[in-house]
Design a protein around this ligand. Sequence first.
Ligand code: 5AD
Length: 331
Amino acid sequence: MAQYTLGNHILDTGQPRAEVLAAILKDDSINEELFYAANKVKTEQYGNLVFVRGIIEFSNYCRCLCAYCGINARMKDAVRYRMAPDELVEAAVDTAKVYRTVILQSGEDCYYTAEMLAGIVRRIKEKAQCAVTLSIGERSLEEYRIMKQAGADRFLLKHETANAALYQSLHGVPLEGRLDAQRRIKGLGFELGGGFMVGLPGQTDEILAQDLLTLVREGVDMAGIGPFIAHPDTPLRGSADGNAHKTLKVLALARLLLPKCHLPSTTALNVKGGMKNALLCGANVIMQKATPYEYRKLYDIYPGRDAKDIPLREQYEELKEKLAELNLTAE
Ligand code: 5AD
């Protein structure tokens, strides 16, 4: 037994939490115990259920300059696409026939005004019984309000890294702007999905501890935690990728700190072969690609993303089989 008590007592060691979290991240002798505790807490909350969501990546236009991202505004060679509202509504309604939650994600593309997005959400909600999650980046309070009033249920906006200097160097803008946007979202009553990357160049275990505590402080309802994957066309080309095992440790700690939080096995972690392990280390959500085939390869935020083109229903059946092998059931 290591010096830290896991499970419910992770916070009760008398030391500042950040120090305890960083110490756990550095100590690989504790891993088995950590993963066991995370799986136990997840099972207490969600039993054997895994929530499956369909994600539609509807535009890869982006105004941002995130140094890690393959669709950032400076990627001159990126082939850009945008789905028309009718096309997006149709794709979402089809997705909702298979999955109960549809996630609409894009780069920060101001072509879609808040009113347009609200119209899209409203039409999806009229035609299908599903939860709608938006993942479209930073907007004003008023814009977020318009989307919320149209019926959007959840909003994903990760803080990406909680270290102010690292955030500034990767994004060219201050971290505060991102945190403010998360607070606007949460304040309007959306379920808030936060999250961050593991293994960014210059990131330390102490920063990861801050990342975890940021999720707690901001009261996220969901958190996407995935390894950084170096994209060859970005300024971070040649950097080492984030480590899948370290990502699992961070995920497990997130489960212990936030027992009820929805934690996906992120697509980036799946790229690193981690889906099965993630579901045994605290994750309770899977996101399945539902982007129309013709656009999948173009949504190239990092390399290695699965662009396997099989019909949604078939993809879902395949996933259910994989889950059954782990004694898990898709919900
Ligand atoms: N490696 C890993 N994750 C990335 N993302 C963007 N670029 C990368 C990358 N190179 C993640 C960010 C973003 C989400 C849509 O994808 O966390 O929030």
